[in-house]
Design a protein around this ligand. Structure first.
Ligand SMILES: C[S@@+](CC[C@H](N)C(=O)[O-])C[C@H]1O[C@@H](n2cnc3c(N)ncnc32)[C@H](O)[C@@H]1O
Length: 476
């Protein structure tokens, strides 16, 4: 865990902290559990609340912080010091109700651990969990900003950072975990054909005869019916296009049933270049309610296409083809899971954090309308640089980012104006070739086959085109 907790300080906001616990508890069926465990019980207020609700149950807490456990015991709760990972990994008697609130965000790899937690719950029992997902809010972004200042950073090195996943990912893992709590359901059949089905035949249903698969009705949760009906499987985390809604065939460029939109607009908060170069970098961007976009001059040194943004490296950034940079929240979510740390909107240097659109599936020169007035055009790939690597501070970052193949998109400004957080994104008429941003990125990063496709399509700005063509000629 990396740090102890101060129960006195923690309890200053006890009422506020209790609220989500109480709301979660209200959703637990009143089945009079005999054995309840609260993992990450903190100062024990949850244990005591449950003891009031189920006075005859054996209710105890587990927490990694000795100070929290001491406070819990002093308040009259049964609690022991322990790491929940160890607790989950030991083959022990199952419980009727397993609770964990506001704790898993402190446990790296907790998504993968959920099946182990479920195995500690008896058939028909319940797992009640909550994980805060507010790490992009000012209360967290300001805290991180202050902690990164040199005066504080040296004292705070090694202090754990919380990180949470998208709710859909938790649901997908939990629902895909076979448990003995769904008697009569054969193990889910892997792979297609599957059909979306309404909640009535969601996994865990104790129906003896399968309900028919009806037309999907709006709203989660969605099950995934096997052809024989009855038991269902939730799609894996990567199948989020179907997990989130009723679309059987996602529209091109969509990554979820969520409408494509700008989730946040971000401006640079200049900071020293992490590698010691003699300028401030603008890679660290922070959400603002809106940004003004315009077409700067044609060359790198001509500055950003966003009013009040900042370009540090004028040799490689700014100018018409790199006027605005967009990156998808879904990809930030992916990297949060990979890196076990929070990544707020703007962290990758993007002016627009998007949602619901597969940016790298956009064709080079594809135009998109953002909000009512602004039109942008997909231009060139982002190639990861040492500033990006230094900014993130992750080992092997350039290689990892490149291997992932998701570079976001640089955009030209065709029609200037104001872009606001929440603006809809509409994909306009496609250009007349098939080179998308994945291919353009692979080409830029050294893949000659991709480069040949890009050059043949003649879709890049002159300087980029000539560079690729020269590379191919040089390789014969
Ligand atoms: C934000 S508090 C939540 C306390 C309580 N569940 C609540 O909702 O108010 C997080 C608690 O998780 C505990 N914790 C963090 N990592 C843990 C781990 N790996 N195993 C057990 N407890 C852990 C901390 O010690 C802390 O008491």
């Amino acid at each position: 865990m990396g740090q102890d907790w101060d129960p006195e300080h923690y309890s200053r906001f006890a009422d506020e902290r209790d609220r989500p616990f109480v709301e979660l508890l209200a959703r637990v069926p009143d089945t009079a559990p005999a054995r309840v465990v609260d993992l990450g019980c903190g100062p024990g207020r949850g244990v005591l609340a449950m003891a009031r609700r189920w006075p005859h149950a054996e209710i105890s807490g587990v927490d990694a912080s000795p100070a929290m456990v001491q406070a819990a015991r002093a308040a009259g709760a049964s609690a022991e010091v322990g790491d929940l990972r160890a607790w989950a990994s030991v083959d022990r008697p199952v419980v009727d109700l397993l609770v964990t609130t506001a704790t898993l965000q402190w446990v790296p790899g907790h998504l993968e651990m959920l099946p182990a937690l479920l195995r500690r719950v008896r058939p028909g029992g319940a797992l009640a969990m909550s994980v805060p997902g507010n790490f992009g809010e000012p209360s967290h972004t300001l805290r991180r900003e202050i902690a990164a200042r040199p005066d504080y950073a040296r004292h705070l090195a090694g202090v754990a950072e919380p990180a949470a996943h998208d709710p859909v990912d938790y649901l997908a893992v939990l629902a895909a975990t076979p448990t003995p709590s769904s008697p009569g359901c054969p193990p889910p059949v892997p792979g297609p054909p599957w059909r979306p089905c309404p909640r009535t035949c969601a996994r865990g249903s104790s129906r003896s005869s399968p309900p028919p698969c009806a037309r999907p009705t709006p709203g989660p949760p969605w099950g995934w019916c096997c052809p024989s009906g009855g038991c269902s499987r939730w799609p894996a985390a990567d199948d989020r296009s179907v997990a989130r809604g009723p679309q059987e065939v996602p529209a091109p460029h969509t990554v979820s049933s969520m409408p494509a939109r700008v989730r946040s607009t971000n401006l640079a908060s200049p900071k020293p270049e992490p590698g010691g170069k003699p300028y401030a970098t603008g890679i660290d961007k922070r959400p603002v309610p809106s940004i003004e976009v315009f077409a700067p001059g044609p060359s790198y040194g001509d500055g950003p296409g966003v009013v009040a943004d900042h370009v540090g490296d004028e040799q490689h950034h700014g100018g018409a083809h790199k006027a605005v940079y967009a990156y998808a929240r879904e990809e930030l979510d992916h990297w949060e899971r990979e890196l076990s740390r929070g990544l707020s909107d703007g962290t990758f240097g993007e002016n627009l954090t998007t949602e619901g659109i597969d940016l790298e599936a956009l064709l080079v020169n594809q135009r998109i309308r953002v909000g009512d007035d602004v039109v942008l055009e997909v231009s060139v790939a982002r190639t990861p640089c040492s500033t990006f690597a230094g900014h993130l501070g992750e080992r092997g970052w350039l290689r990892r980012f490149t291997e992932r193949g998701r570079c976001g998109v640089y955009l030209r400004v065709v029609a200037p104006g104001t872009v606001r957080a929440g603006d809809a994104v509409e994909v306009l008429e496609p250009p007349d070739h098939d080179v998308d941003m994945r291919v353009a990125f692979a080409a830029a990063m050294g893949d000659d086959e991709a480069a040949a496709r890009v050059v043949a399509a003649g879709c890049l700005p002159r300087m980029y085109h000539d560079r690729l063509a020269a590379r191919l000629r040089a390789r014969g």
